[in-house]
Design a protein around this ligand. Structure first.
Ligand code: TYD
Ligand code: MG
Length: 453
């Protein structure tokens, strides 16, 4: 039988099929298959085998030297990477167009080029355009080598000759290999390009950063499998309207995930925000009903955010409920718990819940603040502005403990809060540090919480 000349790929997850399919069996996306030519890659051996690791080795004899790291000098970035750039690692930086990926990486080049040989390869901008951006960022004292090229075979050759230590590829969707027949940005091109960059990183011990665009569904364009191939995946996110940006690690073979770095976009590039709590709380209302401050954990960092709620008489047959920054279903659930356990009726009320500053929060520790904000707005009674609250709420209205209690309390104390509403369940665990200025108020269920207001 003659070999098929082309195959179909799912644009979302990279699922491969011999024929076109309406729905992808892998990720259930509809109408996501595209036809692409088959590629016969000569090199079938694995990436690590290419790095000379194909012989079996007893685990005890494998040298466990700590991986070599280079600090960038941008603290927020270093932390997200788990303490600097690991030699020979492949890092994917994803994000919406215009969010500042190229700016961030160029700033990284600026910091690091005084100590290391850096290559910035762009398939999107000409050298002049990059220079113009660099001028906005300030003086470059080190040497950054620019290359406007999209042919990966060429790039590979240049890198082998020049032997840089750190390479930026902006972006993976513009790169292509000639032996792959498909257009740049297609699933097979992205996959092959990433595989050859991975090989290069491991064999030549170059640290490579690749920029990846994000689709409107919010994944790195082209395949999800891109995320499986690389060592580290960072997402650069933020509201286009707000100036702050969050760099988030969603996968890291060399460090913890869920670490975040906070930046602010200014006229002269990205500035680090060392104290995000103060930044998030800027301009918040004092002594207004419906506003409650809470601490959420972003990785190992406590951040204070403001939860706002507005409960008002509805003008619709079906009351409106919206939630921005928190899970909509969670808000509905918490309102149901409030109705049942507090005996109040909000059936005739619209309810809007919002996390100020545009943060998206998925941890349950925010429950208590949501309930308190809703209640405060419903009763039109303000929560004292020097009070913070956190805890998870269960279906019977019990307030449950959350992780890292003492860090949360400490952060609130640091920022001058006076009262902290905490779950009774575990508050004994908070080490008594003398002298504590903040007053802890324990609550066991939402009736006790309601009584505080
Ligand atoms: P850019 O890094 O080009 O985004 P990406 O590579 O993720 O597509 O981001 C550019 C945006 O940032 C652009 O809209 C202009 C803005 N910007 C500033 O506000 N200040 C600056 O100093 C720079 C360099 C860019
Ligand atoms: Mg760019």
């Amino acid at each position: 039988m003659a070999k098929a000349k082309s195959v179909f790929f799912c644009k979302e997850c990279g699922y491969e099929s011999a024929k076109w399919l309406g729905q992808c069996p892998g990720c259930r996306a509809w109408n996501s298959f595209t036809e692409e030519p088959v590629i016969q890659t000569k090199q079938k051996s694995s990436i690590l085998a290419a790095a000379g690791a194909s012989k079996p080795l007893p685990l005890n004899e494998v040298s466990s030297d700590k991986e070599e790291r280079t600090l960038i000098g941008i603290k927020e970035f270093d932390r997200v990477l788990g303490g600097g750039i690991v030699k020979g690692s492949l890092v994917l930086v994803g994000g919406d167009p215009g969010i500042g990926k190229s700016t961030l990486l160029l700033q990284m080049c600026r910091e690091i080029s005084t100590r290391h040989k850096v290559f910035y390869i762009s398939g999107e901008e000409s050298a002049q355009q990059i220079k113009m951006r660099a001028d906005r960022l300030g003086k470059f004292s080190g040497e950054v080598l620019l290359l406007s090229e999209t042919n990966l075979d060429q790039i590979e050759q240049t890198l082998e000759q020049e032997k840089p230590e750190i390479v930026i590829i902006d972006s993976i969707q513009t790169m292509y290999r000639e032996e792959v027949g498909a257009a740049p940005g297609s699933v097979s091109q992205v996959r092959e390009s990433t595989a050859s960059l991975m090989r290069l990183a491991k064999v030549k011990e170059i640290s490579i950063f690749i920029v990846g665009h994000v689709t409107k569904e919010g994944t790195v364009a082209g395949p999800r499998m891109l995320e499986h191939m690389v060592d580290t995946v960072l997402y650069f996110e933020g509201d286009n309207s707000a100036a702050y940006r969050i760099l988030r690690a969603v996968k890291n073979r060399f460090g913890s995930t869920n670490e975040i770095g906070v930046f602010e976009m200014s006229g002269t590039g990205l500035k680090e925000v060392a104290n995000p709590s103060e930044y998030m709380l800027e301009g918040r209302p004092e002594e207004e009903p419906g506003s409650v401050i809470t601490t959420v954990m972003e990785g190992t960092r406590p951040i204070l955010v403001e939860v706002q709620a507005l409960v008002c008489q509805t003008n619709f047959n079906m009351p409106r409920r919206t939630a921005a920054g928190v899970d909509y279903n969670r808000v509905n659930l918490l309102m149901a718990v409030m109705e049942k356990r507090l005996g109040i009726s909000m059936a005739g009320c619209d309810a809007y819940v919002n996390v100020a500053g545009g943060m998206r929060i998925s941890e349950p520790g925010i429950d208590l603040a949501i309930v308190l904000a809703l209640l405060s707005s419903y009763r039109n009674k303000a929560v004292d502005s020097r009070t913070i609250a956190f805890g998870e709420i269960g279906l019977t209205g019990e307030v449950r403990s959350v992780s890292m209690l003492s860090q949360r309390v400490k952060e609130a104390e640091k920022l001058g809060y006076e009262v902290c509403i905490v779950p009774r369940a575990r508050s004994a665990r908070i080490p008594e540090e003398s002298p504590r200025k903040i007053k802890l108020v324990e609550v066991g269920n939402i009736r006790e919480l309601a009584a505080l207001l």
